[in-house]
Design a protein around this ligand. Structure first.
Ligand code: PXG
Length: 285
């Protein structure tokens, strides 16, 4: 049976799920998206993802033609008709079809797309051994140009950094912000552990305010570990005892090498492991 895709209130077979080549989402990356995940049929932090989607849309003057409640129901419906329990969910809202010009006033209906599919995970052994990453020369978007808190369809900035990572044999790459501070990875937030204290860049460092990031901050604080949201440099990364990344797809994944330098002992550390386990429990609860 073909996967069913939700577009504007209707379900289409995957092969027939199409939108216009005049859509400004395609022509200009003019739209917003979310990547969510369901565990055992339950969507993890659905409200938080919807809040971010609607905030992203508001920031780009895009009115989503569905209430948040209707969107939540549509997400659940799409999961159900596809019989998916552990799934990846991609929510996309584009500006809609328009003329071949930038003017968003010439576009008609925004397109609301929901895809629910199997999730592509990092190889399982990396969760045990940890990742190696490099710093990309491509900096994160300047917040005054395109704020990274907007999860827009324009992801070229991150894709260019991802290519640099892949060319160096790494599946993730660290991006710095316009000030040269540590920002985040191409699709994951970054955390460091130093002398038992966790630090991560603040949301105004030009990063996406990750849903997993917040969940992990809460878990760490509940476990009595101090979490500081402070500007970080590459030096802080190099001298950290532990490093890990968080994201919807990655969950919590340890990093053991950055720019050829071993982090700590070169093995995933105890705090990373603990939060990995706690996150698993939370997501599957
Ligand atoms: N930073 C960036 C730039 C991201 O795109 C995260 C951090 C982590 O945020 P969450 O809310 O997921 O904890 C992301 C998330 C995909 C995909 O298929 C991308 C993300 C998440 C899931 C899937 O490209 N990015």
């Amino acid at each position: 049976m073909s996967l069913k895709i939700f577009i504007n209130g209707r379900l289409y077979d995957k092969e027939d799920a199409k939108i216009s080549v005049y859509d400004h989402g395609l022509l200009y990356g003019d739209g917003v998206f979310e990547g969510l995940r369901s565990y055992g049929g339950k969507v993890f932090r659905l409200d938080e993802h919807l809040d971010r989607l609607y905030d992203s849309a508001k920031a780009i003057w895009l009115e989503i033609p569905l209430t948040k409640k209707a969107m939540a129901d549509a997400v659940k419906q799409t999961l159900q008709v596809n019989g998916l329990v552990d799934a990846y969910i991609r929510l996309v809202v584009t500006r809609g079809a328009g003329s071949l010009g930038l003017d968003p006033n010439r576009t008609s209906d925004p397109q609301v797309i929901i895809i629910a599919d199997k999730i592509q995970l990092y190889p399982p052994e990396l969760y045990e051994k940890g990742l190696e990453i490099i710093t990309a020369s491509t900096q994160r978007n300047h917040p005054a140009a395109l704020n990274a808190r907007i999860k827009s369809l324009n992801y070229l900035n991150n894709i260019l950094a991802k290519i640099e990572g892949l060319q160096a044999g790494c599946i993730e790459a660290l991006m710095l912000n316009h000030k040269g501070e540590v920002a985040e990875c191409t699709g994951d937030n970054i955390f460091l552990v130093h002398k038992g204290v966790i630090s991560t860049p603040p949301t105004d460092a030009g990063i996406l305010a990750g849903v997993t990031r917040q969940a992990v901050i809460d878990l760490a604080e509940q476990a009595g570990i101090t979490v500081r949201q402070v500007p970080l440099t590459r030096h802080d990364v190099y001298v950290a005892d532990e490093c890990f990344l968080t994201g919807t797809a990655a969950e919590v994944i340890p990093v053991v090498k950055v720019d050829q330098r071993l982090i700590g002992s070169g093995e995933p550390g105890p705090i990373s492991r603990k939060l990995q386990a706690r996150f698993h429990e939370l997501a599957n609860s």
